[in-house]
Ligand binder design. Structure first.
Ligand SMILES: Cc1ncc(COP(=O)(O)O)c(C=O)c1O
Length: 348
């Protein structure tokens, strides 16, 4: 499968088994996400975003999304894809205390600007977005509604976080390798309203060959989400909340303490100054704990290793030791010992 081609128009022959596999994957994705159609062909989350923008806007149109300065994805921001297709960027008014879209101001903006496309979802993503609250305004403005689920696709598949297609999005897309624990890749799914506009037009201008070895692995991951996603996703969120609470109690500046810290797999440390952020994350790396820029922590990978709430408290304790100035070298051994207790993959 690593070497084969197929084409939607039947150009290549001998593709019967691969065609069956693709049909199975699309059926599974529709079942897991409550969609009318699915395409597993986008090679990455970014490519799925490009398909969304190319099919749901026209040159001269506009796209409303979360500003990268507020944790939006810069691939669809002003330095990303929209300028290449002459689409203007607009950004949601954002409440950075609550780390969410400001509903009333967003409503007014949608009414005034009538964006061609409104995209919910972001990269730094703690709380569900107000799709339901803004759906009527989008409809009245004639805006298409999409949801970039790159980070939360595995949570949504397990019934956590939110249900974008039920709440008013016509298209949902994303990476398949974050909370959805598949191979690196992308997916785009949607309601029947936009099938002709999106799925039926993507080939051959926006997707062609689809990398069938990746597709096989993705279908396996979708099946695991279907069977065990509910347990996995609820544990990921419980772990994130436990990690945030333990860090907060240990004196770290955890973002959104007044709002329950998080409803996703992510936890943010609100450390000010680029230099301080880099210094702390490098110290953690010296202690064998790798965190993301910002500082953003995620519990999906450790949960898949079988870690539970009590293990999050143990991780928090190690992070707190580094934060309080202990030599990373002495924490490193404890971090490695903890990690060695979790050698198998769960929810599979
Ligand atoms: C919200 C969001 N959308 C899309 C992407 C791009 O996904 P990929 O890395 O699969 O191309 C990212 C990347 O992290 C992202 O955060």
């Amino acid at each position: 499968m690593g070497h084969r081609y197929t084409a939607i128009d039947g150009f290549y022959k001998g593709t019967r088994f691969i065609d069956e596999l693709e049909a199975l994957g699309e059926k599974l994705a529709c079942e897991v996400y409550g969609a009318d159609w699915a395409s597993l062909r986008p090679l990455s989350g970014h490519m799925a975003d490009m398909i969304m923008i190319s099919t749901l806007t026209k040159p001269g149109g506009s796209i409303l999304s979360v500003n990268p300065v507020n944790g939006g994805y810069d691939g669809i921001g002003g330095k990303g894809y929209p300028p290449f297709v002459n689409v203007k960027n607009l950004f949601f008014p954002f409440d950075s205390e609550r780390m969410n879209i400001d509903v009333n101001k967003a409503k007014a903006l949608i009414e005034d600007e009538k964006p061609s496309l409104v995209v919910f979802g972001q990269s730094y993503f703690l709380f569900p977005h107000p799709i339901t609250e803004l759906a009527d305004a989008c409809q009245a403005a004639g805006s298409q509604v999409a949801y970039d689920a790159s980070h939360v696709l595995g949570l949504i598949g397990g019934g956590e976080f939110q249900r974008p297609l039920k709440e008013g999005a016509a298209v949902m897309l994303g990476s398949t390798h974050k909370t959805l624990f598949g191979p690196q890749g992308g997916i785009i799914i949607g309601t029947s309203r936009v099938k002709e506009l999106v799925k039926d037009r993507q080939f051959p201008g926006l997707v062609d060959n689809a990398h069938w070895n990746r597709m096989a692995a993705l279908i396996w991951a979708l099946d695991e989400i279907r069977r065990r996603g509910a347990k996995y996703a609820s544990q990921v969120v419980a772990n994130a909340k436990a990690l945030a609470k333990a860090l907060h109690e240990g004196g770290l500046p955890v973002k959104c303490a007044d709002y329950g810290f998080t409803e996703s797999h992510q936890v943010f440390l609100d450390i000010s100054g680029e230099e301080n952020v880099n210094r702390f994350s490098e110290k953690l790396e010296d202690a064998n704990m790798i965190v993301d820029h910002g500082i953003r922590l995620g519990t999906n990978e450790s949960t898949r290793r079988g870690m539970k709430v009590r293990d999050m408290e143990r991780i928090a304790e190690l992070i707190i030791r580094v934060y309080k100035g202990e030599e990373p070298g002495s924490v490193r051994r404890a971090a490695t010992r903890l990690r060695k207790e979790f050698k198998t993959i769960e929810y599979t």
